[in-house]
Design a binder for this molecule. Structure first.
Ligand code: FAD
Length: 486
């Protein structure tokens, strides 16, 4: 006690000398004097002497262990799983850099919120099965004590996939795989289809598959905000700014055939702040490329694809923005509350939206029809000419529909095989991908975030083996074939 008191006394004496006050006096005297001095200084200096002259709270930190580029559902999911799986609480400093906190062009908020188990690849099925469990128990994962629980507005309606004579055998094979993986999916003949959904015209349909569990749609915005709220509570840092540059170091090694290979490691990320010409450098150990439709550009910034064609160095990340329209229509004579998400043989799809005789849907354009992705304007003629005829053919009641509104969003489109890209780049060794999921990234985000975090923390996939989704397949020319792409 005595020692502590002496220490305090000495300390106070030191401060007193610095401020030129008399040593000694009671504690109350002393405290009063210090606050008087503080007030004096505050009145002299602009902004208050004890506050910083310039508010820096919007700036990114000078260093982070992991910088995640993109604060959409995939970036946030990676951040969540990194914090959840870290060995010691607070061990990893994670920074999410998002250039637009309104998410005006981000795919996540513009998607139609669907989740299905009806894929052909076991990995995609496993990812969506995990996601269904995650969404079902959302408050166990993302709940925060004393905060209101999340309500994802989940609509448990199955997907109904229709196959022509040509596609029937593939559909049968796919359903076999889905069942092997644990998904509850049934096959239906045209007659069974007519009995269950009498509003469907089964002309040209040879077989249908229908998901009986873990399929439907939910509010993507709610999932995004839930993830954001949760990871903030876990200590993840956020910064509004645009990643514009990476600074890397290089080293040269020999590969197995004795050829020299240059490995790069990013050690600094430049973040351009909103309304500013300046950038902030952030030192980092690892970068996650979760920039969605723009992740191809982020890869380019890191030098990926900038080598001679045909080499690993010259292999680009084949992800680009592709514009997709969603139309919302009203149709009082429509199929009603029992409407599943129907994917037609023509490629057109639709589902119920809410309870007021509204429906939404669209169709992916063919390569020749691909619209200019330069803006998000909607082409209404596309609906009239390329979507509505198919809808009205399949559901005669849709002859009378009236389009009420429409929007466009970007698929994070993988031009190589329309599947996700997960895990590290072989040459830019500390850039990891969580991107390229084209039309199914929302539903797979929970599982993909976990897989990337496992790769970062453990060096390998632990729960679902996503090796088929590694970057190296682009160089090796090994497409992963998913036949159920919507
Ligand atoms: C019309 C439509 C319907 C869809 N329907 C479904 C569906 O039913 N089910 C499903 O599972 N999926 C669906 N998808 C796909 C799904 O929306 C996407 O796969 C998923 O949202 C991708 O998430 P993300 O986080 O990678 O991308 P985003 O949500 O786009 O997030 C990427 C973020 O990166 C930011 N960013 C980009 N560059 C930079 C930079 N340089 N610096 C800082 N930030 C940057 C962007 O601002 C953006 O916010 C649909 C997509 C569309 C367009």
């Amino acid at each position: 006690m005595l020692r502590r008191a002496l220490q305090l006394g000495l300390c106070r004496g030191f401060v007193a000398r610095r401020f030129g006050t008399r040593r000694g006096g009671s504690t109350l005297d002393w405290d009063g004097k210090v606050s008087e001095i503080k007030k004096k200084i505050q009145s002299i200096l602009p902004g208050g002497a004890w506050d910083p002259l310039y508010d820096t709270s919007h700036l990114p930190p000078e260093h982070a262990d992991v910088v995640i580029v993109g604060g959409g559902v995939l970036g946030l999911s990676v951040a969540y799983w990194l914090k959840r799986l870290e060995k010691k609480q607070g061990a990893i400093r994670v920074l999410v850099v998002e250039r637009d906190h309104t998410y005006s062009q981000a795919s996540t908020g513009l998607s139609v919120g669907g989740i299905r188990q009806q894929f052909s690849m076991p990995e995609n099925i496993q990812l969506s099965l995990f996601s269904a469990n995650f969404l079902r128990n959302i408050n166990e994962y993302l709940g925060i004590v004393d905060d209101p629980p999340l309500d994802l507005q989940f609509n448990p309606s199955g997907y109904l996939l229709l196959a022509s004579e040509e596609g029937a055998a593939i559909m049968e094979c796919n359903v076999k795989v889905q069942r092997q993986e644990g998904a509850k999916v049934c096959l239906m003949s045209p007659e069974q289809l007519r009995n269950k959904f009498p509003w469907i015209n089964t002309e040209g349909v040879a077989l249908a598959s229908y998901g009986m569990e873990d399929e439907g749609w939910f509010d993507p915005w709610c999932l995004l905000q839930g993830l954001r709220r949760k990871i903030q509570s876990m200590g993840v840092l956020f910064c509004q700014g645009e990643v514009t540059r990476f600074i890397s170091s290089s080293s040269h090694v020999e590969d197995m055939s004795g050829e020299e290979v240059t490995l790069k490691r990013i050690y600094e990320v430049h973040v351009k702040m909103d309304h500013s010409l300046e950038y902030q450098p952030v030192e980092c150990a690892l970068v996650i490329n979760a920039a969605g439709a723009w992740s191809g550009q982020i890869a380019e910034l890191a030098g990926i694809g900038k080598g001679p064609p045909g080499t690993l160095q010259g292999t680009k990340l084949p992800v680009e923005p592709r514009k997709r329209y969603v139309y919302l229509w009203h149709c009082p004579q429509g199929p009603g509350l029992e409407t599943p998400l129907v994917a037609d043989t023509s490629g057109a799809y639709f589902r119920r939206e809410g309870l007021g005789n509204n429906y939404l849907g669209g169709r992916s354009p063919t390569e020749e029809e691909e619209p200019d992705p330069g803006n998000l304007e909607v082409d209404h003629d596309f609906f009239q000419e390329k979507v509505w005829p198919h809808l009205a053919q399949r559901v005669p009641a849709f002859e009378t529909l009236k389009v009420q509104r429409a929007w466009a969003g970007y698929y994070d489109y993988n031009t190589f095989d329309q599947n996700g890209v997960v895990g590290p780049h072989p040459l830019v060794v500390n850039m990891y991908f969580a991107t390229g999921f084209s039309g199914h990234g929302l539903q797979q985000a929970p599982g993909v975030g976990r897989a990337v975090a496992e790769m970062v923390l453990e060096g390998s996939f632990q729960t679902i083996n996503l090796s088929p989704f590694l970057f190296s397949r682009f160089y090796l020319g090994e497409k992963v074939q998913e036949s159920n792409v919507i």
